[in-house]
Ligand binder design. Structure first.
Ligand SMILES: NC(=O)c1ccc[n+]([C@@H]2O[C@H](COP(=O)([O-])OP(=O)(O)OC[C@H]3O[C@@H](n4cnc5c(N)ncnc54)[C@H](O)[C@@H]3O)[C@@H](O)[C@H]2O)c1
Length: 326
C-alpha cells in the first residue's frame, strides 16, 4: 500500500467496481475525485469523502491537472450482449473515451494509470488456467474494445513513459459495505440468482448443461470485489514508468453455475428454481485465471476466495437495496 497520501482520479467511480476501489483509496488516506457520467452508475454509489464530477471521460482534459498523482480508469460500457447488438456504441465510448483520457493525462503530466481490463480479451481459452501469455482473441465487441485500450496503453507506456497496469478481471462478485453490484439490465450470475431469492424473478436460467465440466454447466472464476480493490492499490505502487504490466485477477478456482446456485440456496434458504435453456453462443466451458503474475509482481494475495462468503456479502447488499426483502 502507498505510504504517503496521494490524489487520484477515479473514472467510473459511481459504478460497482470503481466505487469499491474509491472507498479503499479513501480508507488508505488518499484524496479521490470521481469522474462519472452516471450512464450506468449511481450518484449515491460515490463514497462519502470523494469529490464528485458528473462528466464524461471524453472531456477529462477539463478537470485533469498536474495535482493528480494517477488515474484509475473504470469508466466503460461492459454488457457483452449489448456490444454485439450495438458495437459502435462500445467503440465510441470505450476506445474513444480512453483515447481522450490518455491524451488528457499526457497533457497534464499525470503519468500513472491502472486500467480495468477483462478476461473477455482472451476469448475462447486455449488452456486453463489462463495466463497473460495466452493469445487474445475476443469473441465480442466489448472484449475487443478493452483489448484495443490495452494496446493503446502499451504504446503510450513505450512512447511516452506512462507507468501503467492493466488488471484483467475474471468474474467480480460480492460487495463492500454500501458499495455493491446493481447493473441494469443485470447480466452477472450471482446478482441474478439473488434476484430469484428476493422474489424479483421466478427462476434462474441455466444456459447449457452439457459442457465438458463435472456437472455439465459452465465454470467461472469468482473474485471478491474487495480482494480486487486491494490489487488496485498494490498496482499503483507497482506501476513503473515506461512499462505496461498486465495481470489477470481471479482466484484460480472455478465454480460451476450449479455450484453457485446451490450456494445461493444455502446462504438465502430460498429454493431458487432453475430453468434449462440452450447454450449461449460465445460462452466458453471454463474460464479460470492464473493469478501468478499478480502474486509475483503486485504481491497480491486474495483473502476472500470462499464462494459462500462472496455470496453472503452480495446477499447482504442485495437485501439492503431491496426494501421489501424477506
Ligand atoms: N464487473 C465485472 O465483473 C467486470 C469484469 C471485467 C472487467 N470489468 C471492467 O471493470 C470496469 C467497471 O465495471 P463495473 O462492473 O463496475 O461497471 P459499472 O457499469 O457499474 O461501472 C462503470 C461506470 O462507468 C461510468 N461510465 C461509463 N462510460 C463513461 C464515460 N464515457 N464517462 C464517464 N463515466 C462513464 C458509468 O456511469 C458507471 O458508473 C469496466 O471497465 C468493466 O469493463 C468489470
Amino acid at each position: 500500500m502507498s505510504k504517503s497520501p496521494k490524489k487520484y482520479l477515479v473514472t467510473g467511480g459511481a459504478g460497482y467496481v470503481g466505487s469499491v476501489v474509491a472507498q479503499h483509496l479513501l480508507e488508505a488516506g488518499h484524496a479521490v475525485t470521481v469522474l462519472d457520467d452516471l450512464s450506468t452508475g449511481f450518484r449515491e454509489g460515490v463514497p462519502a469523502g470523494a469529490e464528485f464530477i458528473e462528466g464524461r471521460i471524453q472531456d477529462a482534459a477539463k478537470w485533469l491537472d498536474s495535482s493528480y498523482d494517477g488515474v484509475l480508469h473504470f469508466a466503460a460500457y461492459s454488457q457483452v450482449g449489448e456490444s454485439v447488438a450495438d458495437p459502435e456504441k462500445y467503440w465510441v465510448n470505450n476506445v474513444g473515451g480512453s483515447t481522450a483520457l490518455l491524451a488528457a493525462m499526457r497533457d497534464a503530466g499525470v503519468r500513472t494509470l491502472v486500467f480495468s481490463s477483462t478476461a473477455a480479451t482472451y476469448g475462447e481459452p486455449v488452456s486453463s488456467p489462463i495466463t497473460e501469455a495466452d493469445p487474445t482473441a475476443p469473441t465480442s465487441p466489448y472484449g475487443a474494445t478493452k483489448l484495443a485500450v490495452d494496446h493503446m496503453i502499451t504504446g503510450e507506456a513505450a512512447a511516452h513513459g506512462l507507468a501503467a497496469v492493466s488488471l484483467r478481471y475474471f468474474n467480480v462478485a460480492g460487495a463492500y459495505g454500501s458499495c455493491g453490484e446493481r447493473h441494469s439490465p443485470e447480466s452477472h450470475l450471482i446478482p441474478l440468482v439473488l434476484q430469484v431469492a428476493l422474489g424479483q424473478r421466478a427462476s434462474i436460467s441455466v444456459y447449457g448443461d452439457d459442457y465438458p465440466t463435472p456437472d455439465g454447466t459452465c465454470v467461472r472464476d469468482y473474485i471478491h470485489v474487495a480482494d480486487l480493490a486491494e490489487a488496485h492499490l498494490l498496482a499503483l505502487d507497482a506501476a513503473t514508468g515506461g512499462e505496461h504490466l498486465i495481470c489477470n485477477l481471479g482466484n484460480g478456482n472455478g465454480f460451476s453455475v450449479r455450484e453457485v446456485i446451490e450456494t445461493v440456496r444455502q446462504v438465502t434458504g430460498h429454493p431458487v428454481p432453475e430453468t434449462a435453456a440452450p447454450r449461449r453462443g460465445g460462452d466458453p466451458a471454463v474460464l479460470v485465471a492464473s493469478a501468478a503474475t499478480a502474486r509475483e509482481r503486485l504481491g497480491w494475495q486474495p483473502s476472500r476466495a470462499d464462494l459462500a462468503g462472496i455470496v453472503t456479502d452480495a446477499w447482504t447488499f442485495a437485501r439492503r437495496e431491496e426494501p421489501t426483502a424477506p
